[in-house]
Design a protein. Structure first.
Length: 310
């Protein structure tokens, strides 16, 4: 799909960044703004969270540092979560090399990869595709934006429709068998031990990646409220880049009211809650979701905890 032109006061440019796990129109200077956002967020959250400030990605961070219910700590340097890596600069590749990654897993669909490009990684690293479906979010969003029609955009995104679609996507993380296989395979890769240090990512690093990060933290004994706070941090890391997206769409004449996109750009407690409600409905407990839904046996869960917790 072609990039749409964004008209600035000084130039006509084309570029794409991300929206709710999907590529959309944005200002060409968005990557630079993203680097600023990542750095600012890193300093805004000096606690256990360790961001990896990059110029070409805004939501790459270490999953380590959180405390478990029994007072232990998730190890740093073993598992990282991120957004799309196709725009990394040469300096970013040096920074990423310092993580000594062995494995990079990509939750994006083939359509997203075709649109945004394959990961740009340090030499010797090849991403493994683990696509998780989006329930038509990509098609709906691009159709709305391309229409340039405020009425059509309100019909597709307004009146709570965007929020309902996001909740449906999160419920599908629990109900969709193919998606469960991808999440389970990722957990097994980590538990195996030889795949770490490992980084998993999608496009925005907030929904599929956010769910994977949440379930890993819960699986190794991190309290639900702590795991939820880690999930919600994507809003801080993505805020400036997402604002640039909306600004570019409005200035380019594609959206009269780009605030319609906010529910797709953000992570929200009720989105996560939709997945957890589905777990209670289908499995009863989170542990049963891990063992029955994902098929992670006691040995795998024990190895996961042994690798990730000190």
């Amino acid at each position: 799909m072609r990039a749409f032109p964004v008209r600035r006061a000084t130039a006509v440019v084309t570029a794409t960044v991300v929206l709710g796990g999907l590529p959309v129109l944005a200002a060409a200077d968005a990557p630079a703004a993203s680097a600023t956002s990542a750095s600012a967020s890193h300093h805004a959250h000096p606690g256990p969270v360790r961001a990896v400030p990059l110029q070409g990605a805004v939501n790459v961070r270490d999953l380590g540092g959180h405390r478990t219910s029994d007072g232990r700590q998730v190890r740093y340097g073993q598992v990282f979560r991120g957004d799309a890596l196709g725009r990394l600069t040469d300096a970013d590749l040096v920074a990423l090399s310092a993580l000594d990654l062995r494995t990079v897993l990509d939750f994006r669909t083939p359509e997203e990869v075709a649109r945004d490009g394959a990961d740009r990684l340090p030499g010797g690293l090849v991403p493994t595709a683990r696509p998780v479906a989006d329930l038509g979010l990509y098609a709906m969003t691009t159709t709305a934006i391309a229409s340039k029609d405020p009425v059509r955009q309100r019909e597709l995104l307004g009146g709570g429709k965007a929020e309902r679609l996001m909740r449906d996507i999160y419920r599908a993380f629990v109900t969709d068998e193919a998606g469960r296989r991808q999440f389970a395979a990722t957990a097994r890769d980590i538990a195996h031990g030889k795949a770490a240090p490992l980084l998993f990512h999608c496009t925005s690093g907030k929904d599929r990646t956010g769910w994977m990060g949440y379930l890993l933290l819960r699986a190794v004994g991190v309290p639900s409220r702590t795991a939820e706070r880690d999930y919600l941090l994507s809003n801080a890391y993505r805020a400036e880049a997402d604002r640039k997206v909306r600004e570019g769409l409005k200035q380019g004449g594609y959206m009269e009211n780009p605030e319609l996109l906010v529910p797709l750009q953000e992570v929200r407690a009720d989105y996560l809650g939709a997945a957890l409600d589905q777990i209670r409905k289908d499995y009863g407990t989170f542990h049963a979701y891990l063992t029955e839904g994902l098929g992670l046996d006691a040995r795998t869960l024990a190895r996961l905890r042994a690798l990730l917790v000190r």
